[in-house]
Structure formats: structure tokens, C-alpha cells
Write a protein that binds this ligand. Sequence first.
Ligand SMILES: CCCCCCCCCCC/C=C/C(=O)SCCNC(=O)CCNC(=O)[C@H](O)C(C)(C)COP(=O)(O)OP(=O)(O)OC[C@H]1O[C@@H](n2cnc3c(N)ncnc32)[C@H](O)[C@@H]1OP(=O)(O)O
Length: 476
Amino acid sequence: MANVLRNSAKFGFSGVLSQLSIHSRHGRECVSPCFSLQQRNNSTSPKIKVDLDSSTGVAVLRMQSPPVNSLSLDFLTEFCINLEKLEMDRSCRGLIITSTLSKVFSAGLDIMEMYGKSPERCGEFWKAVQEMWLKLYGSNMATIAAINGSSPAGGCLMSIGCDYRIMADNPRYSIGLNETQLGIVAPFWFKDTLVNTVGNRAAELSLELGLLYSAPDALKIGLVDQLVPEDQVLSTAQDTMSKWLAVPGQNTLSHWLYRVRTLSLSHTGCTGSEHSPSHWLYRVRTLSLTLAVPGQNTLSHTGCTRSEHSPSHWLYRVRTLSLTLAVPGQNTLSHTGCTGSEYSPSHWLYRVRILSLTLAVPGQNTLPHTGCTGSEHSLSHTGCTGSEHSLSHWLYRVRILSLTLAVPGQNTLPHTGCTGSEHSLSHTGCTGSEHTLPHTGCTGSEYSLSHWLYRVRTLSLTLAVPGQNTLSQYTL
Ligand SMILES: CCCCCCCCCCC/C=C/C(=O)SCCNC(=O)CCNC(=O)[C@H](O)C(C)(C)COP(=O)(O)OP(=O)(O)OC[C@H]1O[C@@H](n2cnc3c(N)ncnc32)[C@H](O)[C@@H]1OP(=O)(O)O
């Protein structure tokens, strides 16, 4: 193990990944539909065993790949095939994932896959990792991880990709995204999933320090939901599953809406051109930010040359910052107008973020960071042209009006200066069917206004960026 990690470090993960980026530029396709699972599975001995109980509609997926259920390309391929089959089987409503090995749930990504492989193989492997997460996190089944052993890194990702986590109450077992400790950085979508699970601060600490939590500590921070004696992990998962399945429609709207944000902002819906969000998200977020090392040229596009921060510290923050501001098709941080040393990035980014969130006025070009040259943060910039409205007055009204009165398809926001159809749903910039309202199951007039407003509000807050496409929500 140590040798593997040493070799990986010697040859450099970043080298591998930059090779991968070149490969991606030419070969990247949509993750899900184009992913040729069948072609990749060369393994003969099954690494996954699935038992579906047709009376309960619950499947138990057992990982059985000694010594440690590491996530190799073969393993992931088999895992995804099985998941896909279950997903398509309408009789299956719940999925429990566990391990047949003693002491280990999964050791995470197979280190050997990240060492000395061709760019093509790296690309296949990395797609498979993403596919595993997308399928799990986007599953329509209720999913429970029955964690009966250690679950570091990719194993932890697999666990937090599930709806619920039950872990063996054994302090020798650990779980967490420890990549930083290995000298690599957890991709942003690992981070997003962790944030969704344990919250910002715990995720921040966890990622910067590369922490592995013992089972009791994992429970304390909410990384797992329940600890039970080791021999009861599976039975508890089965009991818990029956409760999940008793919730009407649990795996439809509420389940999905919560996840759609993470999924849509990540890299689902990869469909096209070089500047598609997926391309951008993958390359800029993962590559630039993962490979960024202060003092080296990788961060030069951010204008940041400071070396006083440790990489993990920096990477975590830069990643968050860039994710917040990145605008596809533009240079990530330059559009913030941060051109000199007078503002540290954190200073600037904090302000930009607050300003964007508070001053943005739908339908107007309120905070085009690119064009801000001086007086841009004055009140007039908000579109408020007279002294009769104080800033707080304006912001209060706009915010309330925007959120409360918006009725899709109508021009309910004149106060904001919107003059056309821009407050119809299309205003959200949804360009594909995946981000449209039907996605929520809401199809029109059968819903009352309050029903609608509730959904619109959630959707608007979640997806809508006036005048921009949905995925640039991270500009907020
Ligand atoms: C191609 C794309 C390149 C992208 C590069 C950029 C990177 C981007 C970021 C990627 C994010 C990474 C996510 C990951 O998951 S990285 C993997 C991290 N995993 C770990 O740190 C776990 C390491 N393992 C352990 O801690 C222990 O093994 C464990 C607690 C799981 C079990 O302990 P136990 O004592 O029971 O077993 P051993 O340690 O003795 O191990 C037994 C054998 O298994 C081998 N092993 C262990 N882990 C792995 C692994 N992850 N991959 C491959 N092999 C593994 C170990 O070497 C032992 O083998 P030998 O018996 O032959 O020595």
C-alpha cells in the first residue's frame, strides 16, 4: 500500500490528471447515456453480488472483492451495471449496500488505477468513478449504506451517495474523505456531497485536514446516521429501509429536488460542445482546482501567487471560491476584477458574493463583474435610479417581490424593471428538459397557486439565475 502511494506521489497524480484532461477535451461524452458499461467488464469472478427480495422490493448489494473492495475499473463497471439493472427493475424500490469482507466496507478508489496507466484507461476509470456516484446519488431507489468496516475516501463517497448510513459500532473502523492526507484533493463533487451530509464547517475541517473519523466520531458529526453492533448492521438496514419505503413517494419529488442541485451543478447532463457546463465543470473545477499548487503556474490564472497557504488549505478554499464565481466561458477569477494585491481573494470574494446575492436585480445587468470599473457598487448600479428608495427599501422589496409574487408565465415583477416574458419559466435559462419544471412532476394548471409558489420559490432559488443558464448558479 505504502509503495503504491509512494509511487503515485513520485509520478504525480497531477500528471496523470493533466493527461486525462487532454483526453477529455477530445473524447468526453455524456456520462450516463453514452457510457458503455458492458464493453468494459472484462472480469470473470463477480465482485458484486445482488439479492433482490421480491416480497419487500429491497435489494442487498454485497461488495465481495478482496482484499479491500477497492474501486477498480472492473469493480466500478460491475457495480454500475448492477445498479442500472436494479434501477430499471420497477419491483425494486430500495437498495442496501454492504460488504462481505470483514473489517472493510471499501478502501476507496483503487490506487493502482491511478498509477502508470494510459490516458485512455485513466479516462475510462475516471468516468466510471463519476458514473458510480451519479447513479447512486441520482437513484430513484431509497439507498442505505450498511457500513460494516472501514470506508475511506471513495468508500466514503459511496456511503454518502446513499440516503442513509448505518455503521458498525467499532472504533477501529474509520470513514472520511482523507484524500488530502494522500497528497491528492477530493474532487469538488466529493466535497459537495460531503457538505450536503455534514454541513460546511465540518466538511471544511474534514477536507483540509483529510480526516478519517472513527465510527463514534463519524456519528457525532453526522457523517453516519446510526451506529449498531456489528452483527446487526444489515438487519438494522433492512428495518430502516422498510420505514423509508413506507413514506409515500419518498423517492420522487422530495428526494430528487434535494439532490438535483448537487447533481445539476455537478456534471450531469453533459451534452455537448467544448464550452458546455460539463466540460467546464470537469475541466476547470476538477482539473485546474485539483491540480492547483500555489507558487506554481497552475494557479496563475487566478492571479494568486501566494505560497503561504498550504496546498490543502488553499485548494479547499480556492475550490469553493472558484466554484462560487466561475462563469463558463470566462476566465475563472479575472472577471471578479481582482487585479492587484489590494484585495486578498477572500476579501474580494466575500464581498462579491454578498453583493451578488443582495444587489442582483432580475432582468437587469446588475452585477456584471466583468464590466465593473469603479462606481459599480454604488446604489445606482442596482438599477435604483432615485433617492426615494433606500438600499434596504429596495432590497427588501425586490427580494420579497421576487420570491413571493413571482407567477410563472406572467410579468409579476414590474418593480424590478422586468418588462417582458423574462419571468416566465424560460427566464430561468433552462435549456434542456432536465431542468424544466416538469422535472419536478409539476405539469401545470392542476396545481393551485400556493402549491405553485412553493415550488417556484424552491426552484427559483435552486436553479434560476436571471439571464443566465442554470448552471452558472455558482456565480452567486
Ligand atoms: C486516473 C484518474 C487519476 C485521477 C487522479 C487525481 C486524483 C483525484 C482525486 C481522487 C480521489 C481519490 C479517492 C480515493 O478513494 S483514493 C484511495 C484512498 N484510499 C485509502 O486511503 C485507503 C487505504 N487503505 C487503507 O486504509 C486500508 O487498506 C484499509 C483500512 C481499507 C484496510 O486495512 P487492512 O489492514 O485490513 O488492509 P491493508 O492495509 O493491509 O490492505 C490490504 C491490501 O489491500 C491493498 N489496498 C488497500 N487499499 C487499497 C486501495 N485503495 N487501492 C488498492 N489497493 C489497496 C493494500 O495495499 C494491501 O495489499 P497487499 O496485501 O498487496 O500489500
